[in-house]
Design a protein around this ligand. Structure first.
Ligand code: NAD
Length: 411
């Protein structure tokens, strides 16, 4: 391994941290090759073992160093293409990055079933994210009158310096507030149309800027200033219909399977333990597309689960019912804060290729594709659960992993 000249690392033996200590002052300032040497030493790895931390073929060391701090490698993950998706009258090939066996097969199967009823119909709201400015006012005041009087001034201030966002049609759409008596705190909500960006940094910047003026208007101790991941003004929806005959199998008639799927949904709607697993199945479809496009899946997960609690009870993210013909109807709606620019989406080569594969959607269109995949994934899982059980299909695909793990254990 090469040691870069002129770095701290030239006399590493003096500076080397104690073996097994995780205290690594200055680690972040080192070159990736130097960090790798330190970790290799600490972990007692030989060069061959260290190679398992992934090479930099697609995601170069330069990008790793820009994307994260303390980078030492990459974490490769299988990337596949889900087939059969027909969304709003068009076919879409969907890239999915995931480690779990059977996810791609299930998504493709769910899409095939939905295709028999015309595919997915999707829609979405404008890409509006929300920021929060929290403050502890020094005195009781008429907050409604004060903030109403200053609302336009604050919106103008938020727009100051955001000419490019405004030119793209984005910007602040509304400002609301509420007082939380229990913590004596006023919270201002700022709704921002972030266009094709996920918008977290954009919204946080606006919140911090506005907080300075808010402090002048309302004498206070300033609290937190950050976006909320419960972005319930940024919703993507998908719907599908599956003809009952598509479900006919050796054990059940199509109508019986439809009834059993609807009952499986009702179980999730009345039992949080079942709802958690139902929703994990939905996110099995959603996360891999979010990851393949370089988006922030923690943000999507946080929003999805918080939205699933909007009634006060943790509930399924999809709804399954039967129409007048006895066909199955599936619906999903959830917050979908995605970007096709910004974050790492623009720089990550695989994210770029994934977006191109889907026909370069904008952020709203991407969100609609993603929820359609979540609905397909859930459909496939419920169909199996409601008929032969989930293990037959899953384990037949997972056999390859088990066989390989056993072979390796024997060597
Ligand atoms: P960003 O900071 O990269 O900003 C987006 C940029 O894209 C802006 O500079 C904008 O000018 C530009 N842009 C170009 N074309 C655009 C278009 N058509 N529409 C909109 N903007 C366009 O990214 P961001 O979206 O503000 O923030 C996303 C990042 O923030 C993610 O990496 C996320 O992980 C991270 N983050 C998330 C949280 C959270 O979810 N709680 C908190 C902090 C940061």
């Amino acid at each position: 391994m090469t040691v870069e000249s002129g770095s701290h690392f030239a006399n590493r033996s003096e500076n080397a941290p104690h073996a097994k200590s995780s205290r690594l002052p200055g680690f972040y300032e080192l070159a990736i090759s130097q960090r790798r040497e330190i970790i290799e030493d600490l972990a007692g790895f030989d060069g061959k073992q260290f190679e398992k931390f992934g090479d930099f073929s697609t995601l170069s060391s330069e990008l790793v160093n820009v994307f994260i701090e303390n980078g030492i490698g990459t974490m490769p993950m299988p990337l596949g293409v889900a087939t059969n998706f027909h969304i709003n009258g068009k076919d879409v090939l969907v890239p999915m990055a995931v480690e779990e066996t059977s996810v791609l097969a299930a998504a493709s199967h769910g899409a095939k079933l939905a295709r028999m009823g015309g595919g997915f119909q999707t829609s979405s709201t404008l890409p509006i994210g929300t920021g929060q400015i929290q403050l502890y006012p020094h005195h009781d005041m008429d907050f409604d009158s004060i903030l109403e009087a200053h609302k336009q001034e604050l919106i103008n201030l938020a727009h100051d310096g955001q000419q490019r966002l405004l030119a793209r049609g984005g910007g602040v759409r509304d400002m609301r507030w509420r007082y939380i008596q229990e913590i004596k705190s006023l919270v201002i909500y700022i709704d921002v149309d972030t266009r094709d960006a996920m918008g977290a940094n954009l919204i946080n910047t606006i919140c911090e800027k506005l907080s300075q003026r808010v402090e002048e208007i309302i004498p206070c101790e300033m609290g937190l200033r950050i976006l909320t991941n419960l972005c319930d003004k940024r919703i993507a929806k998908a719907r599908c219909r599956v003809p009952k005959d598509a479900f006919k199998n050796n054990d059940f008639t199509g109508s019986e399977v439809v009834d059993r799927i609807v009952k499986a949904y009702q179980f999730a709607a009345h039992d949080a333990y079942r709802a958690a697993t139902h929703n994990k199945g939905v996110m099995n479809g959603i996360d891999p597309v979010v990851i393949a496009t370089g988006n922030d899946w923690r943000a999507v997960e946080a929003g999805a689960h918080a939205y699933a609690c909007r009634s006060g009870v943790y509930s399924p993210m999809t709804v399954w019912s039967k129409d007048e013909n006895g066909d199955l109807i599936g619906e999903i709606e959830m917050p979908m804060a995605l970007g096709t620019v910004g974050g790492v989406t623009t720089l990550h080569p695989t994210a770029q290729a994934s977006l191109r594969l889907m026909g370069s959607p904008n952020a709203q269109q991407l969100g609609e594709i993603v929820v359609a995949v979540g609905l397909a994934q859930n459909l496939s899982a419920l169909r199996a659960l409601a008929s032969e059980g989930i293990q037959r299909g899953h384990m037949s695909l997972h056999q390859g992993n088990i066989r390989l793990a056993n072979q390796r254990a024997q060597h």
